[in-house]
Design a protein around this ligand. Structure first.
Ligand SMILES: [Zn+2]
Length: 159
């Protein structure tokens, strides 16, 4: 798949794209020229809501997606629609923080890394890079709800 880079304003969208298994990098820059150079070096597609930056990128023949939507749900639906992404939860996919692949983790391995409320859970996932543990629980249910909402919006865009 096309490499993606999200500008700083869309860091939250990038995190949600990672949740559904899409690898997205965040630009470390806020300056337009630096962003453009960064995207060019990576032969990536830039995700931005900045109209001026989008126009500049196009003029310089870079691939850019001007993301529409004022809420996260709308942005997610729009981006998924444009990129042909399915908005389903893929827990084994990637860490929403750093993009590393998550692996399944044994209960004994995570037990001292999780809050009391999560200890009844059965399935755990671990990011070897940020040492963060994920599990199926309320957090996961919230993710599912948000994706379900975004999927509804995505359907409308497809009509
Ligand atoms: Zn991570």
């Amino acid at each position: 798949m096309q490499k993606l880079v999200a500008d700083i304003m869309l860091a939250k969208l990038a995190r949600w794209l990672r949740i559904v298994g899409v690898e997205v990098e965040n630009t470390p820059y806020s300056n337009d020229d630096r962003i453009i150079n960064y995207v060019r070096r990576r032969h990536a597609l830039l995700l931005t809501q900045d109209r001026a930056l989008s126009l500049r990128s196009k003029r310089r023949k870079f691939k850019v997606l001007l993301v529409q939507g004022s809420t996260l749900d709308e942005q997610l639906a729009f981006t998924a629609h444009k990129l042909g992404v399915r908005l389903d939860v893929i827990p084994e996919a990637v860490c929403p923080i750093c993009n590393s692949k998550l692996s399944k983790a044994n209960r004994s391995f995570v037990i001292d890394k999780i809050p009391e409320s999560a200890k009844q859970r059965r399935k755990f996932y671990f990011c070897a890079n940020c040492k963060k543990v994920y599990w199926k629980g309320t957090h996961f249910a919230q993710i599912k709800n948000r994706l379900a909402k975004a999927r509804q919006l995505q359907k409308k865009l497809g009509q």
